[in-house]
Design a protein. Structure first.
Length: 93
């Protein structure tokens, strides 16, 4: 995965939170939310499983975990919207 910490001007990584993005029971992506400087800011990154483990990140820091998570999910959905698996799942669902 792409490490976003160098873009955050020397912030110390305090914690990682892990989330999964699933579609029809299949893991589409693995998401990490990174907590810096004791929870003062948050970064994000994800590995898109259905796209050969492509790594993505917004490359920004956010004041809350929720904003960091929302931003990476939006980017993830933009990246996978034309994937054949996703298009087929939309038809099935």
């Amino acid at each position: 995965m792409t490490d976003v910490s160098p873009k955050l001007n020397g912030a110390l990584l305090a914690e990682k939170s892990y989330y999964g993005y699933y579609l029809l029971g299949k893991t589409v992506a693995e998401i990490e939310i990174l907590s810096f400087s004791g929870g003062e800011s948050f970064g994000n990154q994800a590995k898109i499983i259905i796209k050969n483990n492509q790594s993505i990140s917004t490359g920004k820091d956010y004041p809350t975990l929720e904003l960091a998570l929302d931003a990476i999910v939006q980017l993830l959905e933009k990246e996978i919207k034309d994937d054949p698996f996703v298009l087929n799942a939309i038809k099935v669902y």
